[in-house]
Design a protein around this ligand. Sequence first.
Ligand code: PEP
Length: 245
Amino acid sequence: MKLIAGNWKMNGAGADLAEVAALRASLDETPAACRVAICPPATLIQRMAAAQTGGPVEIGAQDCRAEASGAYTGDISASMLVDAGATLVILGHSERRQGYGETDLLVSAKAEAALAAGLSPIVCVGETLAQREAGDAVEVVRKQVVNSLPLALAGQAFAVAYEPVWAIGTGLTPTLEQIEEVHRAVRAAMIERLGLAVAAVPILYGGSVKPDNARDILAVPEVGGALVGGASLKAKDFLGIIRAA
Ligand code: PEP
């Protein structure tokens, strides 16, 4: 079953919870043929998780600290996210890799911590425009996958999201052939790292997924779902993508 996950980033003041209520009402009426998740800002996790208990929308976080506790001002541990009601966590998003210098090694440590706390990680990888133009996209992504996935993930529930940096929030997307090429390389790298047990782990595509391109992208071989930014903020758009899955 495909996974459609929304990444709200630093959006979603209280009023936007109405969008989740609308989403839930629609999914209660006509259940989705896929898994649906929303990753709101950390401050909204508890309220949203409580409102979704037993409902069709899984609630996730956008990051966590690798350490379990300690003097890390401003940070949140994986077990705190579990306490709040999260079941998933996005890790290694390019906005964190670029904005906070997060390395593959750190992302791997965070994934291990998330797993230990009972969260299912969504590990993000993706090339920059310069890397794609240099013909290095597949190799860059392969290395990110091998180095960002801890061995502890073997046999566990997790996902990898392929998000070309240049496609995030730009309205640009790779061709369907390019998406397939990288997704096949991601699968091979996952198997290289963790063995054949990862054959069914979903590889999400992320980067300017909208209701009007979702059906084609989700039909690409090895695309096991989508990580959606901007279009996850409005129930109508997000539902358009969910219905395409
Ligand atoms: C994202 O940031 O994970 C993302 C895919 O954003 P958008 O859908 O807005 O490109």
